[in-house]
Write a protein of this length. Sequence first.
Length: 415
Amino acid sequence: MKKLLAGVLLVVGVLGGVVGAGVGTVAAGAVRPVLGVMVAGAVGGLAVGCGVPVWGARRLAGWPRWLPVAMSGVLAAGLGTAVLWPGERAVPGKADAIWELPTGSRLAYHLTPARGPARPEPVVRLHGGPGTPGEAADGLDEELSRASYQVYTYDQLGSGDSPRPADLSGYTVQRQIDDLEAVRQRLGAERMVLIGASWGGTLAAEYLAAHPTHVARVVFTSPGTLWTPEYTDEQAGQLWDRLTPDQRRRIDGLGGSGLRVPAWSALLALDPAQAHALLPDDQADALFRQLLTVSGSAATCHPGAVGALPVKTPGFYANQLIAADLRHRPDPRPALRTVHVPALVLRGECDYKHWEITREYRDTLPGAQLLYVPGAGHAIAVDRPAEYRAAVLAFLTGAPLPGSPYTGAEDPARR
């Protein structure tokens, strides 16, 4: 009977060690979210959770005194290997140039200079994600350069070639708006032309609501939700809706079979700072890049196609924390209804974002025009780069649009 009870206590010791390690990690990380401190907390929690029951089992069965220590050590080594073994690391590319902004942000950027005398309003392109610059090499910068525009593309805070900040508190929508305003001031431009894709469209709208007098024209390319709290993810439409079974299977296999990713995911929901300590930027970004490589084609009209969208090193924490912050933003639509800035909204036939998301931009901004692009997905510049360039260039230069603006209420893909 004693040996049976001792066996039960051994099982309790294993489970208690796992639970104790988890509790100790979170408790220590709440005090100071540093990996060394969190590991110390995990070891302490494991020692208590495992050592106490195993010590009782040893007393009941008369086993050696070293058993609790040995068992705790083996469990600690196993858990430590499963959770702490480093994964693939991503290395951001070398930036052409860096803006040091008064907001505290350091942003990598690239200038495509105007050919001939430059127009007074520079073009600033806002990438999607959040955190995923370089979605497509669409040739638009060069096209606009030939039309005498100074074109700036920059990698938003913590993404692409921009340095990753140690402090995660800057990953907010307001910081993105403030960064863009600081960029305008750095350029010395009274007004800018904004071209925002996906999340970049949402950012352009947020900036327009806050600084309407500083925008000359704006292009919303497959924009994200205008005000995120209005929609659930399912109501807005998600990239995952267009994944093929093979893509879903490959995504499920990312991160391997160890405990590192599940432990990190659990910490991310509890405390992003602790998740960041466990899985730093280079490893989280590498995992995010793998995800985008597998799923990228779902943003086109050809999900599952061979090849992936060309992306720079994406910023995982920028993506997760800015997206979460969008849920707590005030509604920009009342301000936008009073803004009279020329706006073009581009919508692809296969966009995974639901039609209502795109239509709201046209219906909220006075005088906005919506152009429908057949044969294009969310990544219009990937599926139809020539048509994309032609539409943007015509709108910015005042030439006739290559097609009639769509004014209907129903999804044009279902006509």
